[in-house]
Write a protein that binds this ligand. Structure first.
Ligand SMILES: Cc1cc2nc3c(=O)[nH]c(=O)nc-3n(C[C@H](O)[C@H](O)[C@H](O)COP(=O)(O)OP(=O)(O)OC[C@H]3O[C@@H](n4cnc5c(N)ncnc54)[C@H](O)[C@@H]3O)c2cc1C
Length: 269
């Protein structure tokens, strides 16, 4: 079976794993292979029954004031499903820097190829299936811009002694600073902050406005709005995956494994 995967981000990595599990070696065409995963990004789970030599680690999520609905409303302009907890939550997650290379083992993405939606549709004629992690129609509305500051050296010394004090106050960061393996969500309608995280080796601050006193702000994330129609493919050979490909705000990358598996497994349409 000839399968093309478009993109080589986390969703595509899970799609590649599903292909391997079905005995398919996909061709992967991508603009680039992301090497940095900014913000509070962790892999929530791996496909059932899969055992990797990588262990998940504990993550503590704190929500300060208000509730999940306020947070969602604040960030996305609507009460949509998010990973933001209602209260303090202990969870487990995988380090994407450790896990994703394992998912790609045996597959070499062809980088440096930027495809237009028209080219993806055209290519689909040469494949039995295309698993596509980029959107096929232009976003119907301007996406939300999320400013991601960091990575900031992960140390407890990052305790907001100067301008950052304000940030600490907004987020209720304890005086001793943020703890390793934790995420703080701010649901307050005041101020610009969304969340701060210390996961793996890095601290990131994500906000809907740039924060002047933070050292770097080199990434602007574009987030789709849930209020737009979720994108579905009209071409039965093209499966859209991932948050970007489907325009679905709560799409977590491991979902791409199941979507791809169900699409390609013989006997299942
Ligand atoms: C701050 C933040 C935190 C998040 N936290 C989590 C989390 O904890 N867990 C989780 O599962 N999800 C999380 N998400 C969602 C996250 O965005 C996705 O799960 C994941 O990064 C999306 O991976 P992707 O492969 O779908 O897209 P991307 O990572 O955007 O990858 C897209 C790929 O397509 C390629 N590409 C782009 N355009 C073209 C083109 N025209 N032609 C060819 N190739 C192209 C790119 O080079 C890239 O390889 C978070 C999102 C944000 C913004």
């Amino acid at each position: 079976m000839r399968v093309l995967i478009v993109g080589a981000g986390p969703s595509a990595a899970f799609a590649a794993l599903a292909c391997k599990d079905l005995g398919i070696t996909p061709i992967v065409m991508t603009k680039d292979v992301p090497i940095e995963f900014p913000g509070a990004f962790y892999i929530h789970r791996v496909p059932f029954g899969r055992h990797f030599n990588i262990r998940s680690r504990r993550i503590t999520c704190y929500l300060h004031g208000y509730n999940r609905a306020h947070y969602a409303q604040r960030i996305y302009g609507a009460d949509v499903p998010t990973s933001c907890p209602d209260v303090v939550k202990e969870t487990f997650g995988y380090n994407p820097y450790e896990l994703l290379p394992t998912l790609w083992e045996g597959i070499a993405p062809q980088a440096g190829i930027t495809l237009t939606p028209g080219q993806v549709r055209h290519l689909s004629a040469s494949f039995d299936a295309v698993i596509c992690s980029i959107p096929l129609t232009p976003p119907p509305t301007t996406p939300i811009k999320m400013y991601v500051h960091g990575p900031i050296a992960a140390t407890k010394a990052f305790n907001y002694t100067t301008g950052e004090h304000w940030l600490a106050g907004m987020l209720n960061v304890p005086e001793e600073g943020i703890q390793p393996q934790s995420i703080l969500y701010n649901a307050s309608p005041h101020g610009a902050w969304a969340r701060i995280s210390w996961l793996w080796d890095h601290i990131w601050v994500e906000s809907v406005e740039p924060i002047k006193f933070l050292p770097s702000c080199h990434i602007i994330y574009k987030l789709p709005r849930q209020t737009t129609p979720q994108e579905v493919s009209e071409d039965p050979r093209i499966l859209l995956i991932g948050r970007w490909g489907t325009w679905k705000i709560n799409y977590l990358c491991h979902q791409a494994y199941w979507d791809t598996y169900m699409k390609l497994k013989p006997g299942i349409t």
